[in-house]
Design a protein around this ligand. Sequence first.
Ligand SMILES: NC(=O)C1=CN([C@@H]2O[C@H](COP(=O)(O)OP(=O)(O)OC[C@H]3O[C@@H](n4cnc5c(N)ncnc54)[C@H](OP(=O)(O)O)[C@@H]3O)[C@@H](O)[C@H]2O)[C@@H](O)CC1
Ligand SMILES: Nc1ncnc2c1ncn2[C@@H]1O[C@H](COP(=O)(O)OP(=O)(O)O)[C@@H](O)[C@H]1O
Ligand SMILES: [K+]
Length: 505
Amino acid sequence: MFSPPEPIYTVSGIRAIEERAKPQADPTLMERAGRVAAEEAVRLTMDRPGTVLIACGPGNNGGDGFVMARRLLQARRPVVVAFAGKTERLPADARAALEAWHEAGGETLSELPDPPAEGWALVVDALFGIGLQRPLEAPYTNWIDTLNALPGPRLAIDIPSGLDANTGRSLGRAFRATHTLSFIALKPGLLTLDGPDHAGAVTVRTLDVDPEALLPAEGQRLRPSMFREHLVPRPFNTHKGSFGDAGIIGGANGMNGAALLAGRAALKLGAGRIFVGMMDRDAPAVDLMQPELMLRAPAVVLDAAGVLALGPGLGLADEARRMMERALPLDIPLILDADALNLIAEDHRLEQICAGRRAATILTPHPAEAGRLLGSDAASVQADRLGAAAGLARRFNALIALKGCGTVVAAPDERWWINCTGHPGMATAGMGDVLTGLVTALIAQHWPLESALIAAVHLHGAAADRLAREGVGPIGLTSGEVIDAARAVFNAWIVQAATPLPESA
Ligand SMILES: NC(=O)C1=CN([C@@H]2O[C@H](COP(=O)(O)OP(=O)(O)OC[C@H]3O[C@@H](n4cnc5c(N)ncnc54)[C@H](OP(=O)(O)O)[C@@H]3O)[C@@H](O)[C@H]2O)[C@@H](O)CC1
Ligand SMILES: Nc1ncnc2c1ncn2[C@@H]1O[C@H](COP(=O)(O)OP(=O)(O)O)[C@@H](O)[C@H]1O
Ligand SMILES: [K+]
């Protein structure tokens, strides 16, 4: 549960590590990669006798495949290699690996063979790794279509072919793996956008290289160990004033529910008092499902809150704009979501006030909101989620959570994290409002901003994962259900964090 965060590197980072590790590497990194890939194949086919198919490409990813094939053959495992490249154009290491494969008695086919009657025991994709340069075309797209149509386990070597290792975009076509064995360290593309749909279960083998000793981690996969120090039981001698006054402003006509969901999430994650400012003058005076929430006029909430979230159901009316004008200069932490972001995107003056704030700011855009803030669009944001999140963090001098599959959290000082909890059942109205409430509650309880944001993002997904395991969703999961599950997961984390490690650990 509290395993250390895992480093993530972009392609240039992995290349730099490789350069530094290579001179000392004996056996070579490719030899090590092929060996661990063969081990993984043996593991995946423990109860599946039969032939392993390895599709090898024109670069070093193909070289890994040749080493893997040789190792499997030496272990008396039937293996068939199809090579989609030209021997004379292979890089030196890969060419040596092909020669060693042939010397060991192996053969290469130039086309993908038909599967045997009993099917392949395992299909291995060693076509392209981190050297993919451009969208795939025929014949590679045909190879990948054929491989993707085969039943049984499918293992990608380093990264599924066709997936951009930096962005997670499928370039033209991408291999759909059930398992990915990635070398040295995680790459962002495995964890965000199209990555999780193509990578399956991801395992990292470092090849006996300590990446962080050679290059500081560029990013990290989000883990509870990163905020463990704040997961502490409450002292007995406390009162509601000890846990902060959270404000939520939103809930315009037709969108009352958004502000209430955020308020309920803040309440159930432990904020001391929650004031919800409803923009809709006809909104109910009390949330009958959650009467603990104090529904007040938005202007009253501005004065009462120690931390303020603006946006859930805020609307784009002039009143909402005026509310933003009053809130942005306040010297308290602000969480800006939904229409608060849309208002800033369409008003340069608001943008300037926001970027110049002295107190801390958190923005939680989904890709379309991020696109509006950047003056681009959702597609451009999705083409480079890390770049978009980092760009927003710099532009607004704020912490950013760019939501979606593999939420990217970015800080203004260039650090970034990718979250791997959550599932597509969360793609439902109101889910972002719940996240806003969770962040607000942790800040109200005096968590440092960065820890509050990464913890809330991780918790939000972990709560949805827990519900799915219990049969609540993934499809049809509701945002309200996630609030109760987040409370349960959060309290369980605190218990686990307080449990001392066994002596032997
Ligand atoms: N880093 C490490 O530490 C270690 C790395 N190792 C392994 O090496 C892999 C990286 O190898 P790599 O650099 O040779 O790149 P790779 O992915 O095989 O592809 C390059 C080839 O593909 C071609 N090509 C590219 N795009 C194309 C397209 N769209 N359509 C068609 N062709 C395209 C490109 O040709 P070109 O662009 O010049 O036409 C070139 O021939 C890495 O993922 C890992 O598996 C391990 O051995 C040990 C440790
Ligand atoms: N496919 C997915 N995988 C993981 N998380 C997802 C997925 N789809 C949505 N989410 C999460 O659900 C939330 C949706 O937020 P948002 O788009 O703002 O919804 P809304 O505006 O309806 O409240 C975000 O936290 C997002 O990261
Ligand atoms: K691959």
